[in-house]
Ligand binder design. Structure first.
Ligand code: ADP
Ligand code: MG
Length: 465
């Protein structure tokens, strides 16, 4: 690569330093540009700051890679101008106690050392927090922590923070207006409250500028968001706009952070987030909409046996990937599977998704899709996702009917626990109905793994015309 000898020597030094500290990137790795690169020769791939590039292959020079841009252009890129796209992980808040009254907070802190503290929900101002801490021997002070415009601040303080974690970290370093520095977190055992740091999206290369986004017609409504069709860098995208940034922002961002670490052809891919006055989540555009709507609107006349087995196998492949990453979806249903223009089905809606270790926290569940042990004891696992997958199979083969027709919602679990199971939908292949019944075993351990069901479905797909 003769042309590289043309670069300035300081640049050469920088590059060799880089080569020593850097692990080789494999084909398919996504990188995000830290600087603008204009390119010195025709072989080079010029790019702007913030562009996402995909590594095609390494070269003999560890400082240069062959890469592709989002527009499909290919060429050489200097490795030290880009960084690997990082996943955004959730931060834990061991000192967060959730809904705890003032009295209970005081009895928890009484007798503890100076600077012991906890954070709890503010009982008087929903959405705000209270920082309770020991400021002198047996004296406990409660500070109101305001949450405004996606920031948090101690009432009367003059500093704002993106997250509670940052606020706590700051006051652990210095009192800065509090009676004393935060010294000793009172940990809540079994606590799995987490938070997302907006800066991690920035650092990880996931932030998109609103100016690069064209927002078009509305295409759907979600619980926390309105969904629009949009265009980003020439590609059709779905734009989910958060409705109420104060309350749902964290939930919304947790969904996004889960998506940053998941990449599979049968999972709806996150493209990026816009973090401004309004938060947007940008995902790949799924032109045929939700699977349940697709099944209902096309029906028996349009949808073939081959389409059905393809939907089932695609969904199972996406779920098998989640299973191998210990991620529990908790809301698998045909309404949360989307269909790409090319007919591929992809799992979406990671709003309730959680890593296997965290799975308490009460909530409203889609009763007809949720396994009995999850409904009764909050025991969510890949095996409870498997139960939901069985219901989803039933939806596919009944062309989008609502499960357990004729059974009132409140009676479903009771019926199921007594052994009632849905009948095979008309025309459903016996092999598929056999899988459904395996997924609906009361004992979760008797249900198959997604990996196993994927193999069965792949075999079936191969013989379905
Ligand atoms: P919620 O988080 O409340 O479940 P969804 O993500 O399911 O919201 O979005 C609501 C609706 O918007 C979907 O049912 C679908 O019709 C549409 N939608 C969502 N994401 C996409 C996408 N990537 N492509 C096309 N349509 C989408
Ligand atoms: Mg949904």
């Amino acid at each position: 690569m003769i042309k590289h000898a043309l670069h300035a020597s300081s640049f050469q030094q920088m590059r060799s330093l880089f080569a020593e500290t850097h692990e080789a990137w494999r084909p398919g790795t996504e990188v995000v540009a830290s600087y603008k690169f204009t390119g010195g020769s025709l072989e080079d791939l010029p790019f702007g700051k913030g562009d996402i590039l995909t590594i095609i292959k390494s070269t003999r020079d560890p400082n240069w890679y062959h890469a592709r841009s989002a527009y499909g252009r290919e060429g050489m890129i200097p490795a030290n101008y880009v960084q690997k796209r990082q996943k955004v992980s959730l931060q834990t808040m061991p000192w967060y106690h959730g809904k705890v009254s003032r009295e209970d907070a005081e009895s928890l802190l009484t007798g503890r050392m100076l600077g012991s503290f906890l954070v709890r929900e503010n009982g008087h101002y929903p959405g705000d927090y209270t920082l309770s801490m020991v400021i002198a021997d047996s004296v406990i002070e409660h500070y109101r922590v305001l949450r405004t415009n996606n920031k948090v601040e101690v009432d009367g303080g003059d500093l704002q923070f993106d997250t509670l974690v940052e606020l706590v970290e700051h006051y652990e370093k210095q009192a800065d207006g509090l009676c004393t520095r935060l010294a000793e977190p009172l940990r809540k055992t079994g606590n799995n409250f987490t938070t997302v740091d907006l800066k991690d999206f920035e650092r990880g290369g996931w932030v998109i500028s609103l100016t690069e986004l064209l927002i078009g017609e509305p295409i759907g409504k979600g619980e926390f968001a309105d969904v629009y069709k949009g265009t980003y860098r020439g590609k059709a995208v779905a734009v989910k706009q958060l409705k109420d940034r104060e309350r749902a922002a964290q939930t919304f961002l947790k969904e996004a952070s889960v998506m940053t670490s998941m990449r599979h052809e049968n999972l709806v891919q996150l493209i990026g987030v816009v973090l401004g006055d309004t938060i947007y989540l940008i995902t790949e555009f799924m032109g045929k909409g939700s699977l349940v709507e697709y099944l209902r609107s096309r029906g028996r006349t349009v949808i073939t046996k081959k389409n059905q087995i393809n939907f089932a196998t695609d969904t199972c492949a996406g779920m098998s990937y989640l299973e191998s990453n210990n991620l529990v979806h908790r809301d698998l249903a045909a309404r949360n599977v989307l269909v790409h223009e090319d007919g591929t089905a992809k799992v979406s809606d990671f709003g309730l998704a959680k890593y296997e270790e965290f799975n308490q926290e009460g909530g409203r569940f889609p009763i007809k899709w949720t396994a009995p042990e999850a409904l009764r004891h909050n025991e969510f696992s890949s095996r409870s996702d498997m139960w939901s997958f069985g219901v989803l199979l039933w939806e596919i083969y009944s062309f989008g009917r609502v499960p357990y027709p004729r059974i009132p919602l409140v009676d479903v679990v009771r019926h199921v626990e007594r052994g009632y199971r849905m009948e095979a939908p008309e025309g459903c292949p016996p092999e598929v109905y056999r899988i459904m019944n395996q997924t609906w075993k009361l004992n979760p351990h008797e249900r198959p793994l997604f990996r196993e069901v994927l193999e069965m479905l792949n075999n079936l797909r191969a013989t379905t015309v």
